[in-house]
Each structure stands twice: as structure tokens, then as C-alpha cells.
Design a protein around this ligand. Structure first.
Ligand code: G6P
Length: 442
């Protein structure tokens, strides 16, 4: 039985994660769960909610802890699941709106917003990992804090030999869920092949896990036109609608592979800009919608003191894409050698790209961690795109580590959503003011 800590435990993503843990108890049995956060009020609410939920659905868990104390949180854990958002949604709003003020697309991980968020997220993630390592040097750290590409580049450099830090993103999973939805299958029917960087990659094959049949050509045909997704509530969410905005156009415009939907921000930056409202960005949508609803819901459950059979009941059997985290933990614990798309050091897997690049590629996962599969060479267009974007990511981490304004500006100039030096400077100057107390001094 395992002991896990959810780092960023007060997040609006935690309730889904908790339901999924209840759902997966046979496969991944817990003895202890810890919620760690620096937001005491929300943390207490989430902790009390966990107690109610687990009383009804997971009484086997012996210990439920919610704390803002690192020692209490990280001693005696097998897995840390990291999902922090440095500066919360308020700073996401600032990232997105400053970008739009300067005529660039406003998005949390892509374009200049992702840069600003990266400079905030890296110090926060690094500090927490240091704390985790102080109290549990041997635990697996499954990190999916955003912007994952930049965070992964920083963790690689700062925790050089720590192969137990694994960086993973839910987006390829969500996209595969969408493919499964379109084909009337489940994600687990697939074995993907993929290359690129985080939020910047391409599926090259979607193999059937049993027969080896490649679904990619038929998926390309279907997805060339906007599709109506079947039932899944997931796809009703506005974020998902915008996530899939230009997917069909990307597929029509580029004649190979299936793109990660986030590429639309770089391939059609002007269109993405025009589709957004500079006064009401995704951060506002989330604050007024999903986030508000989630915490109201938690309060009601805590007030009632029970959940099973009530109007607030969860469906512990419902499919949930957060399940991939348990899949990953199970693979590490039980040496299943399943394939996951992981953000990891290239080390020759993509032959014509830098060996030290943090790429997102298929890896087998077992007790010894991740083992990348061979990808081979990638064609010129993709190589160029990836190298440019990775240079931007590297310079962002350099700027953070050296406190360098020049490097920060160069990073922004390399970002395909910025390019112009005057714009880069203006963005940087505004972000420096907005991020006081979060960023290192530049
Ligand atoms: C997907 C991405 C995440 C991102 C999230 C944003 O899951 O992979 O990287 O954080 O979408 O969702 P939101 O609802 O906050 O816009």
C-alpha cells in the first residue's frame, strides 16, 4: 500500500484526482494521503472534503493529512504528485492580459504568457522539490506543473542525477481520449508514437495495442473536418472548445502526422489572438466558472458531512483522464513497462536533435524509471520548429538561473508568438513589474 502527497492539494483539479484514486483502489491501494499547499483556507476545505469523500468511498485509507508544513507533508511518502500554479489564476490573468496588451496571443503556457509563468513556476517547483528531497530522498516525483516544458528543462539542470523526477503532461492523454472518442474506442486500445516538446509535438502513429494497426491515417481523414464529439462532458468545457479550434485546419494545412492542439498558438498566432478577448481571458473564464463551482460544491459536501447518495455524489466508476497519473505510478511500482509520453532528455532518441534537449517522446516505464524509445530522424520542418522553440525554453531557464535581462529578451524574441525585439522589451518590462516577488531580479 502506498503513501502519496498531492502537492498543490488545494487545486481545483484535486477533487477529480481524489475520485480517481477511489476508483483505482484495487490497482493502486493507498494507506495514506497528504494534501500539501500554501493556501491554508482552501487547503482546509479540500482536506475536509477528502475526509468526507474517503469516509464514504475509501475507508481503507488509514491516514488523511492536510498541511502547509513541508516536513509533515513529505516525510513518509512514496509518490509526490506535483500540480502547483505559482501565483494562482490572478497571475495567469496578468500573464494573458499583458501579452494581449502588446498584440500577442494571451495563453498560459504558449507565447509570452508561458514565459512569464515559467519564470514564476521554476523557482516555486525547485524549492518544493528540494524540500521533498530533504524528507523523502527516494520518493517518485511525478511533476505536471506548468509550463511543463520550461519546468522540465530547469529540473533536469538543477536535479541532474535524480532519475526519480518524472515530468509528464496530460495533454497527449486528453488528445488520445479524443481520438478514442471519435473511433469509439478507449485510450488504452492505443500505443502512440510521438515526438516534439511539451505542448509542441506530433503524433506519428496511433497503433492498436493488440493488432499493431495504425489508426493515424483514418483519424487524419475524420479530423480534417470539425467533428462532433460524443457524450464526454470534458469536451463541453469552453477550454476544450478553444483547445480544438484550429485542429482541423492544422491537419488540412500540414500533410503528415497529427499535431498537438497547442501548436495552433504558434502556427496561427494572429487568428488565436483575434479569437480572444483582451479584457476577459481564459483565466477569467476559469475563475468565474469552473473554479467557483468547484469550491462551492466542496463547501456543500463538507456542510452535509456525507457524499454517497447525496445530490453532490461523485461517480467513482466514471472514466477520468487524471487516471493516467495512477497508470504511471502503477507502472513505476509494478514494473509494467507500459508506454507513456514523457518529457525527458533526448539522449539520441531523436537522432537529429540535441542529446540534452528535453523532448516529449514515448518511453517505457518500469521500476527503474523511464526508458525512451527510439524515434529516429525528424523531417526538416519539424526539426526547425523544435530547435527554435527549445532555444526559447533554454534561454528562459538561463534567464532565471543567471538573472539575465538580455537572455530573457532573447528568449522572447525566439518565441514565435513574439519575434519583434521592441515588443519583447515592452513585454518584459511589464512582466517584471507584474511579477515582483515571484521572479528573480533581472
Ligand atoms: C490542459 C493542458 C494543461 C493546462 C490545462 C488548462 O490540461 O494540458 O497544461 O493546464 O489544459 O486548462 P484550463 O481549464 O485551466 O484552461
Amino acid at each position: 500500500k502506498y503513501s502519496i502527497c498531492i502537492v498543490g492539494g488545494a487545486s481545483r483539479y484535486t477533487p477529480d484526482m481524489l475520485t480517481m484514486l477511489c476508483n483505482q483502489k484495487d490497482r493502486f491501494p493507498l494507506r495514506k494521503i497528504v494534501l500539501y499547499d500554501n493556501e491554508e483556507e482552501r487547503q482546509n476545505l479540500m482536506g475536509k472534503y477528502t475526509e468526507v469523500l474517503f469516509k464514504d468511498y475509501y475507508p481503507e485509507v488509514e491516514e488523511i493529512v492536510y498541511t502547509t508544513d513541508a516536513k509533515e507533508a513529505f516525510s513518509d511518502i512514496d509518490f509526490a504528485l506535483m500540480q502547483i500554479r505559482a501565483g494562482r489564476l490572478e497571475m495567469r490573468e496578468s500573464d494573458e492580459k499583458i501579452a494581449m496588451k502588446h498584440g500577442c496571443l494571451g495563453q498560459e503556457t504558449c507565447g509570452p504568457g508561458g514565459f512569464a509563468y515559467g519564470m514564476r513556476s521554476v523557482p516555486a517547483v525547485v524549492d518544493i522539490i528540494k524540500e521533498i528531497r530533504k524528507y523523502s530522498p527516494d520518493s517518485w516525483i511525478l511533476n505536471y506543473s506548468n509550463p511543463a516544458a520550461i519546468v522540465a528543462e530547469a529540473t533536469k539542470r538543477i536535479f541532474k542525477d535524480d532519475h526519480k523526477i518524472i515530468n509528464i503532461c496530460d495533454m497527449p492523454i486528453a488528445i488520445m481520449d479524443m481520438y478514442a472518442n471519435v473511433l469509439g474506442k478507449t485510450r488504452k486500445d492505443f500505443e502512440p508514437r510521438y515526438f516534439g516538446l511539451n505542448h509542441f509535438g506530433w503524433f506519428t502513429n496511433i497503433y492498436d495495442a493488440k493488432t499493431g494497426h495504425d489508426y493515424l491515417p483514418e483519424l487524419r481523414e475524420i479530423l480534417k473536418e470539425p467533428v462532433e464529439f460524443k457524450t464526454e462532458a470534458l469536451f463541453e468545457e469552453p477550454s476544450w472548445k478553444s483547445t480544438f479550434n484550429f485542429m482541423s485546419q492544422m491537419i488540412r494545412d500540414y500533410d503528415e502526422y497529427l499535431p498537438n492542439t497547442y501548436l495552433q498558438y504558434y502556427l496561427y498566432p494572429n487568428k488565436m489572438y483575434k479569437k480572444s478577448d483582451p479584457d476577459y481571458t481564459r483565466a477569467n473564464e476559469v475563475m468565474d466558472g469552473n473554479e467557483k463551482i468547484t469550491y462551492e460544491h466542496l463547501e456543500k459536501v463538507v456542510e452535509l458531512g456525507r457524499i454517497k447518495g447525496s445530490e453532490y455524489d461523485v461517480d467513482p466508476d466514471a472514466g477520468c483522464h487524471a487516471e493516467y497519473i495512477v497508470d504511471l505510478a502503477t507502472a513505476l511500482a509494478n514494473n509494467t513497462k507500459e508506454i507513456f509520453l514523457i518529457i525527458t532528455e533526448n539522449k539520441g532518441s531523436i537522432e537529429n536533435l540535441d542529446r540534452n534537449m528535453m523532448v516529449e517522446i514515448p518511453c517505457r516505464v518500469g521500476v527503474h524509471g523511464v526508458e525512451p524509445l527510439t524515434v529516429g530522424e525528424v523531417p526538416t520542418f519539424y526539426k526547425g520548429m523544435i530547435e527554435n522553440q527549445y532555444a526559447y525554453e533554454k534561454l528562459t531557464v538561463d534567464a532565471y538561473m543567471e538573472g539575465s535581462y538580455q537572455k530573457a529578451m532573447k528568449a522572447l524574441v525566439l518565441n514565435r508568438a513574439v519575434i519583434n525585439t521592441d515588443v519583447a522589451r515592452a513585454l518584459l518590462d511589464d512582466y517584471i513589474v507584474a511579477n515582483k516577488g515571484y521572479w528573480p531580479e533581472l
